[in-house]
Ligand binder design. Sequence first.
Ligand code: GLC
Length: 741
Amino acid sequence: MKRLLSILLSIAIVAGTATAQTSKEEQEAFKFADKLIKKMTLREKLGQMQQFVPNSASVVTGPDGETRDIETYIREGCVGSFLNIKDPKELNRLQKIAVEESRLGIPLIFGFDIIHGCRIIFPENLAASCSWNIEAIERSAQIAAAESAALGIHWTFSPMCDISADPRWSRVSEGAGEDPYLGAKIAAAMIRGYQGDDLSSEKTIAACVKHFAAYGAPQAGRDYHTVDMSEVMFRDRYLPPYRAAVEAGAVTAMSSFNDFMGVPASGNKWLLYDLLRKELGFTGFVVSDYNAVHEMVAHGVAADGKEAAEKAMKAYLNMDMVDGDYISYGEALVKEGRISERLIDQLCREVLAVKYRLGLFDDPFKYGREGEKATYRPENLQFARKAAAESMVLLKNDGTLPLKDVQKIALIGPFADSPLDQTGAWHGWRQASRVVTTLAGMQERFGKENVLYAKGCESHKHIKGGIEEAVATAQKADVVLLTLGLGRNYSGEARSLTDISIPQPQKELLDALLKTGRKVVILLATGRPMTIGEEVEKANAVLLTWHSGTMGGPAIADIVSGDENPSGHLTLTFPRSVGQIPIHYNAKSTGRPQDPAKPTKSYLSNYKDSPNTPLFPFGYGLSYTQFEYSDLKVLTPVVEIGGEVEISVKVKNVGKYDGTDVAQLYVRDIVAETTRPLRELKGFERFSLKAGEERVLQFKIATSELAYCHIDLSFKEEAGDFKVWVGEDSNATLEGKFTIR
Ligand code: GLC
């Protein structure tokens, strides 16, 4: 016992020292920045606050009214960062100009959207979140960082921490779903993965908490639309992942396109200074989203770029992405006394400090030195294959999966052999030639001669003779695997939809294949939930494969063959119809909750034309085996504030396959000061059991994790009675209760 105590003590000391080192490291960086700033002209300081893409500066007029080319801007010290440069040689060339030909030789920082991988592309983030495998998500970020740094990238605009419950909004593909508790765990894991514990290492890169804030709640699910919500709702449901990312040490953040409580985020001092810095303790720098400073003119809160720059600087935004308003108007704003140079010093210093912490002043060329030999490592490809399999969610299965006693497989559909769709939106430095498609993965696993392929149709349009060819192919096979869904052009930014059902040509292809009498397994390739009730009804099995990345093909083959047992669980609700949106598991009771026994009973909160329940709930996911949850014990039925609630539950694999499940723990605060969700995720554990094996899982919830935002905006826990459930989705029925006093 004594030895254990001394080990624990030493861990605590090391951890404590590590934290002390980090703050010591920051102080050293700020000291360096302060010394450098004293040598800088106002224009050079503004240059550090300006980011361009290669082709943008040449159209941006300088204060003297004429345009400049990139190299001139760099030599004049008028740009501190570039994004979207995809060529290591070009990165090196521009860095050489900055370091060797500008007056002070301040290195550039290069950013890129490494959202779910650099060369190796992992499943899109929403897919990855469905693995509930926090360690794997951290590892994916670590691999992405190492590949990026080896190719010359210093900084990624990731993780996206935006909670969203609206699949009309195409950017749900980039996030971690609808739940703040899980979203916070994932955000922190990605920061750790990208930044590691040594930001100056050539294997780590700067991360970016985005999009600050609440970008995932646009009205009508339309990208860039107005976001307006109570501060109570914001603090309870949207803030936790941003907070977790800051607490994990994120060194940059990005202001979002949307207005928030009436003020565009890039000019919102309450968001960027009072909340992000004073309350959350963020000490890095904030970059705007693309053109978002200048877009304050379109928002109608700035008359022109100059006023936009003034508002952004006064909101404490450090860096202007692309529109050039900072470098164009910064000097005039200071000359006119509208902005103090002291503020410019502060905004510039935080940018310099991050560059210092990345080691760019020590060795501006260390990133990019290792090059391609650091990419596509076999162990990382193998890991990506496993991560893709774990992200997939089995939505329906009548026993057709895993495939057995089949000789010939007809693999049909627009996404079966599509490297670009398989790697989704924001596909980093993907190389299509390195993507192992579903067709390739299936042929590798089952033999080329046993996998017959036909495209059948394009994503949104017919192919002449396509259906006929697909039917003929199906008739030569024992079973049909049919890829349906939405391709890469329906994931990511600016691709909102009012209709998230399967496109008509694909529906017709499915119906034609069903007429062959073969069993049909749908492989759903999508970056968002879809209204697929009809297709689920008709198919024998539905496997949600998402946009599964470089190794998605072998991963799909692993699952349909039974080599891998699916273990994914939804992190974003699948609605029955668009009319239900926003629909999420952590909804509130209302004063007139629906009567489940009489779902359309009048004067209760329900629809006359639809159940309230979704097609598939948050947390849902099937396996080839079955897991039984029993014997839920609340070991601490009464807990003092500041204590821990302890709960145990027995789980058993009662099927015939070994498998992995995700035990989820939900609570309800029965009576509180504000209306609380009917259920809130407050714990989960992935566990694997062999067929027949059983285990007891233990959960501990600190009472502080049950804190919520009160009417006076204080975030605190309080005494009260709680219900608790544990199970394999948000409809878990195994119930217990406890009291905090
Ligand atoms: C885009 C996106 C943001 C991205 C940035 C740079 O418009 O909103 O997520 O990081 O611009 O590409």
